[in-house]
Design a protein around this ligand. Structure first.
Ligand code: HEM
Length: 159
């Protein structure tokens, strides 16, 4: 890849777009009978914090690491929560609906990277939430890229 390849963060539309995503998402979460009990006590800043985390993973500024406790803090938020596969799947379904609603880019390359990260991250969150989980807390912040399809999307040439 050359230095001209945009980060997923920039391609998504930066902090503003990710805030739109998580704001739409947690509105849906709080209206969802399966997820509302899980998130009932979240802080008003929760959507912005999750947007900051995803933004950093996607190559944006290190806001979560510098101001919100970093990767270890994110992992600790999930410990002992006993998340179920049904809840994880609903989380994925609602955030993908929110990606459309928030008008994130819908090209194949971006959505492939987005889904791959969310599948990975939610499965780890579920594993870390079970009794007996002892996740490594010193792992660096994940950094996600475009993956196998490459990117960014190039429209077919007009010729
Ligand atoms: C890629 C996947 C995920 C990411 C990046 C993520 C990120 C985060 C972050 C950054 C926080 C801390 C927010 C804060 O500082 O206020 C958090 C908390 C939390 N997350 Fe996740 N999360 C993911 C998946 C999930 C899933 C699948 C569930 C449940 C189905 C879940 C349930 C929770 C709960 C219950 C909290 C604590 C809420 C509270 O403070 O009351 N997370 N998550």
């Amino acid at each position: 890849m050359t230095k001209d390849v945009p980060t997923l963060y920039d391609w998504a539309g930066g902090a503003e777009a990710l805030d739109r995503l998580t704001s739409a998402f947690y509105d849906k979460v709080l209206a969802d009978p399966l997820l509302e009990p899980v998130f009932r006590h979240m802080s008003g800043d929760h959507p912005a914090h999750v947007a900051a985390f995803i933004g950093e993973v996607f190559g944006g500024p290190s806001v979560y690491s510098e101001k919100l406790g970093g990767h270890a803090a994110m992992i600790k938020h999930h410990l002992g929560r006993h998340l179920t596969e049904e809840q994880r799947r609903r989380w994925i379904a609602l955030i993908l609906d929110s990606a459309d609603e928030a008008e994130l880019p819908d090209d194949p390359e971006f959505r492939s990277a987005l889904v791959a990260y969310l599948e990975w991250g939610t499965r780890l969150a579920k594993l870390n939430s079970q009794d007996g989980a002892s996740p490594e807390l010193n792992e660096p912040m994940p950094k996600w890229g475009w993956g196998v399809p490459g990117g960014p999307y190039q429209p077919p040439s007009a010729n």
